[in-house]
Design a protein around this ligand. Structure first.
Ligand code: GLP
Length: 248
């Protein structure tokens, strides 16, 4: 029991009352996704409560995914996660367009190289065979969503040598320039934590939870089904929720 009441039920611990107050502000749209919360000091002053109490409430809401904390910048109302089906072979560009979001890409690397033994095994090509590797930061409405490193068979993607991969969809170029038809892909997903460089690009704290995805795509090319693309991606776990329909 306490004499201080900041929201709702006086019998609830004060940090829970503060959590509920923040929840209400978010639900009512008063605090929209992306806005910065008042500082701890301001919250203490506004509600006449201790800093530790504010800290506890905020930490709980961050853990719950309702708020996000960016080091040195502040605490923000989290943007809702995008629900992404795991059973559809879509491209980032298509996906953003279908959702009515503005997708953009920052090309971090585009290189022709020789396949390492690991890549050769994954793409079922000879060690040393040419491959095209590109690294891209993908954003939605200007907010970083995922970091993708794609390695593609060099023979198939030879026509892409001089293409602008920053402003065009890779899948569209594969179909239109390389005569490839995307058939299917296998994908593996696991939890991870953001390393320093990834964290900087994705604008999360180093050590923040991320989702790591590996995709191997099979295409129809010159009448044959071949492995064409191997992608290692790091998705922001606070921006995505993956789902799959199960049958029995
Ligand atoms: C998604 C997939 C990637 C794929 C990419 C192609 O992001 N996770 O594996 O390489 O789409 O996207 P786009 O055609 O927009 O370049």
């Amino acid at each position: 029991m306490t004499d201080v009441m900041i929201h709702g039920d006086r019998s609830l611990p004060i940090y829970v009352q503060l959590e509920n107050l923040v929840r209400d502000k978010i639900d009512s749209g008063d605090w929209a996704p992306g806005i910065m919360l008042p500082s701890e000091r301001q919250l203490c002053d506004t509600y006449g409560i201790a800093r530790m109490t504010v800290r506890q409430a905020i930490s709980n809401l961050v853990a719950e995914g309702l708020l996000t904390r960016t080091q040195g910048r502040g605490t923000f109302v989290a943007r809702p996660r995008l629900r992404q089906p795991l059973s559809k072979l879509t491209s980032f560009t298509e996906d953003m367009r279908d959702r009515g979001l503005l997708g953009s890409t920052r090309l971090l690397m585009q290189e022709q190289m020789a396949a390492s033994p690991e890549i050769a095994a994954v793409l079922a090509i000879a060690v040393g065979a040419p491959v095209l590797q590109i690294q891209r930061l993908r954003s939605a409405n200007g907010h970083p969503m995922a970091l993708e490193t794609s390695t593609l068979r060099g023979d198939i993607t030879a026509p892409l040598r001089h293409e602008d991969l920053e402003h065009q969809s890779l899948y569209r170029l594969l179909e239109e320039r390389c005569g490839v038809r995307m058939l299917r892909a296998s994908q593996e997903l696991e939890a991870g934590i953001a390393g320093e460089a990834e964290a900087r690009l994705l604008e999360v704290a180093p050590g923040a939870p991320v989702l790591r995805i590996q995709r191997r795509s099979l295409v129809l090319w010159q009448g044959q089904e071949v492995l064409c693309e191997y992608v290692r991606s790091t998705y922001r776990s606070d921006r995505y929720r993956f789902y799959v329909e199960l049958e029995r």
